[in-house]
Design a protein around this ligand. Structure first.
Ligand code: UDP
Length: 146
């Protein structure tokens, strides 16, 4: 008998994606949106906005107290960001694969956004939620009406 073909289909998830101020100022919004679409993920919401300190500190609450926190907050509030809700099977992990690891040189694979287009951890172009609970929290924070 022929071996059974097993298709592993991930459950549909939503994740929060940001193109950070460095990505917007470097005119990489189109590049990032293109990579989301080429991966096969769906755009659910898209919004270009400037982040105030309150949203920034809530978004990065888990990093409060760390040595890079102040730098992170001033960076993310320094200019417009593109905020997006992205949906698809295993969207959280899929987007993190497309984005690449946090350190663009040591961790991000070639072919990923950070691996191809960024050099510094402090300006690594994009954000993506890291787990279902944080995706849920971040989407409510950025898109309360969704
Ligand atoms: N970050 C930094 N220095 C560090 C660690 C993190 O500047 O030593 C910044 C970096 O921009 C990163 C963000 O803080 O993207 C959030 O860190 P996290 O560990 O959540 O990484 P991510 O999920 O964005 O890959």
């Amino acid at each position: 008998t022929a071996p059974a073909v097993v298709t592993l289909t991930g459950v549909t998830e939503r994740t929060l994606v940001l193109v950070k101020p460095d990505g917007v100022s470097r005119k990489l919004v189109g590049e990032v949106v293109s990579r989301i679409e080429r991966k096969g993920l769906d755009l659910v919401a898209l919004d270009l906005r400037t982040v105030d300190r309150e949203l920034a500190t809530q978004h990065y609450a888990e990093h409060d107290g760390k040595p890079f926190f102040e730098e992170l907050i001033s960076f993310i509030t320094s200019g417009p960001v593109l905020a997006a809700v992205v949906e698809g099977p295993r969207a959280i992990a899929a987007w993190r694969q497309v984005a690449g690891g946090t350190d663009p040189v040591e961790k991000a694979a070639p072919g990923s956004i950070r691996g191809d287009l960024a050099l510094e951890t402090g300006s690594n172009l994009v954000h993506g939620s890291d787990a279902p609970a944080s995706a849920d929290r971040e989407i409510k924070l950025w898109f309360p009406n969704l």
